[in-house]
Design a protein around this ligand. Structure first.
Ligand code: GLV
Ligand code: MG
Length: 319
């Protein structure tokens, strides 16, 4: 598992059975791609999708994108072949395996064990390939803490709204929108917060799932803003138009990024012997202390992961 915070503002879904999309996805500005063998691929097309995915991972140009493959969940007959074929075939050019419909910690441990065996057999670094866990039903949400901590490979906890809505009998077919009869408040608030608490408690990224009205970018932005406001790290994108929107919504504002970096520099300086070894200090008109530093670290890490550059730079006082 990578120690570097990977940027996952936009996580582009690409069906493994569509070779044109697999080519096109390489040129998008998405932070992450996940090449799918699960629900966007018909059962009879899955063997071909595995082959396509191995081929594009090994020969494509993915730049700095996080490269993930979504396999089928453990209740199907396909999971073991998905993992073995993809990781044996392209493990050196792959960052994570996404496991959908995770219900228990045991399902993560099973994937971890299989990955370790393949890595060992193939001579890959053991433990490098991460796991992304999709929470898509009530039992998965109830077990989310154990799922998050089941393996050090787990990097993200992902909300899967479509399957989740079906799993809890929500009275709506429009993924991401509020169900009719629940016009005030956010019917997804509890689920999002529960996932976010597990992610933050155990140092994982929290990722929001898809918005299926792919031509409605305003609708996408509205839904994305909600999870971004809570603290989510990114969201799935299903269409190139959603990528730019996600990158913007889940990035810090330039002014917030500058401010965060300035807090870190000023705090570093003033708490040092040279700066007077103070605990609470003034940055302009604002008092900052250890708690400000902690908030600044979060914003700064997201900005740095997104490749942001500071524009307004704090200057150390003249000696
Ligand atoms: C994604 O997999 C979803 O079910 O929303
Ligand atoms: Mg799903």
């Amino acid at each position: 598992m990578s120690d570097v915070l990977r940027s996952r503002r936009s996580c582009m879904a690409v069906p493994g059975s569509n070779t044109r999309f697999l080519e096109k996805a390489q040129g998008l500005a998405a932070d992450q791609v996940f090449l799918d063998i699960e629900d966007s691929v018909a059962p009879i097309a899955k063997p071909e999708a595995r082959k396509n995915i191995v081929e594009v991972l090994n020969t494509g140009d993915w730049g700095n994108k996080v490269r993930t493959v979504r396999v089928n969940d453990w209740t199907t007959q396909w999971t073991y072949r998905d993992v073995i074929e993809v990781v044996e075939g392209a493990g050196a050019n792959l960052d994570c395996i996404m496991l959908p419909k995770v219900q228990t910690a045991a399902q993560i441990i099973a994937l971890d064990t299989l990955l370790t065996q393949i890595e060992t057999t193939m001579g890959y670094e053991v433990g490098r390939i991460g796991i992304e866990a999709q929470i898509e039903n009530a039992i998965g949400l109830i077990n989310v803490d154990e799922i998050a901590t089941a393996s050090p490979r787990v990097e993200t906890i992902i909300f899967g709204p479509a399957d989740f809505m079906a799993s809890i009998n929500m009275k709506s077919l429009v993924v991401g929108e509020q169900p009719p009869g629940y016009e005030e408040g956010d019917a997804y608030h509890y689920i999002l917060m529960r996932i976010l608490m597990a992610a933050r408690a155990y140092d994982k990224q929290a990722i929001d799932g898809p918005y299926l009205q792919v031509r409605d970018t305003d609708g996408f932005v509205k839904v994305a803003r909600r999870s971004a406001a809570l603290g989510f790290d990114g969201k799935w994108t299903l269409h190139p138009d959603q990528v730019e929107a996600a990158n913007e919504v889940y990035s810090p504002l330039q002014s917030d990024y500058d401010h965060a970096e300035n807090i870190l520099d000023a705090y570093d300086y003033f708490t040092s012997a040279e700066g007077g070894a103070k605990g609470a200090v003034m940055l302009g008109d604002e008092m900052i202390d250890e708690a400000s530093r902690k908030m600044a670290i979060v914003v700064s890490a997201k900005g740095r992961a997104a490749g942001m550059q500071r524009i307004d730079v704090w200057a150390k006082p003249e000696a």
